[in-house]
Design a protein around this ligand. Structure first.
Ligand SMILES: Nc1ncnc2c1ncn2[C@@H]1O[C@H](COP(=O)(O)OP(=O)(O)OP(=O)(O)O)[C@@H](O)[C@H]1O
Length: 254
């Protein structure tokens, strides 16, 4: 994916045009896990929405495999902070429902069900496939949302604070599951998070945005730790703490 010279602002009724994202160029390679971090309100979600084709850039272009992105597409999967699951359907039926709307493939009912089960299994939810959303915890609902997005097999998975609404323990568990999932499923990931440890655990590269208005990427950092990654090993590596310190400082402007 090639992001070339994009900018974005919004019109405010009182203050007029407010620039949000300043000129941004970045190349994202196939199979990379990219995390975008930066101060609150700097425009991280806005960039993700432009990549998703949900917002258009004021200037510049974003290309996926050479083609400009100008609308949402099946190649771009999205996981938001909170998932809207259909309350009258089980976890499995929610995943099947998404798969049924995919015009690329014609699958039998049985194929759809086994594909849904495969993805629910990837997020360790096989035991809860028949439960409806109200019978699932917040973390389990989020996992159904992740399974549903993954089942559509997009080229690029966009994750906007996917674990942001969860308690610390569930969040940590899901980070490990996400780590496992992206190591099994080599695809391109672009994630927005506020959590530096999450960024270091999951990413190949971390893009740090500066403060707005007209926020830009101020650091483009390659995360040097080999995979598969283990939290315990990272914790014992002085380079991990050095990078963590650097990221925390750059977020707080020191
Ligand atoms: N549709 C919109 N209309 C007007 N202003 C918007 C719109 N979307 C975002 N903004 C503004 O753009 C700025 C950046 O918002 P954005 O959600 O991209 O920031 P963020 O870095 O993801 O923030 P946070 O870390 O707090 O989630 C904010 O000032 C926000 O109010």
């Amino acid at each position: 994916m090639k992001i070339e010279g994009i900018t974005k602002g919004f019109n405010d009724r009182k203050k007029g045009f407010q620039p949000v994202v300043g000129t941004t160029d970045v190349d994202i390679h196939e199979g990379e896990f990219i995390t975008i971090i930066g101060p609150s309100g700097c425009g991280k979600s806005t960039i993700l929405k432009m990549i998703a084709g949900l917002e258009s850039a004021d200037e510049g272009t974003i290309r996926l495999a050479g083609r400009p992105i100008d609308a949402p597409s099946r190649e771009l999967g999205i996981v938001f902070q909170q998932h809207v699951l259909l309350p009258w359907m089980s976890a499995r039926q929610n995943v099947i429902f998404a798969l049924e709307t995919d015009p690329r493939t014609k699958r039998s009912k049985q194929e759809l069900a086994s594909l849904a089960d495969e993805y629910l299994d990837l997020v360790n939810l096989s035991h809860a496939a028949d439960r409806r959303p109200h019978q699932l915890s917040g973390g389990m609902q989020q996992r159904v949302g992740i399974a549903r997005a993954f089942a559509l097999e997009p080229q690029v998975m966009l994750l906007d604070e996917p674990l942001g609404a969860l308690d610390a323990l569930t969040r940590h568990e899901l980070q490990l599951q996400l780590l496992d999932l992206c190591e099994k499923q080599k695809r391109t990931f672009i994630m927005v998070t506020h959590d530096v440890d999450e960024a270091l655990l999951l990413s190949d590269r971390i893009l740090v945005m500066g403060a707005g208005p007209s926020a830009r990427i101020v650091h483009d950092i390659s995360v040097p730790f080999s995979r598969p990654r283990e939290v315990e090993n990272l914790d014992q590596d002085p380079a991990y703490h050095e990078l963590r310190h650097f990221l925390l400082n750059s977020l707080t402007g020191h």
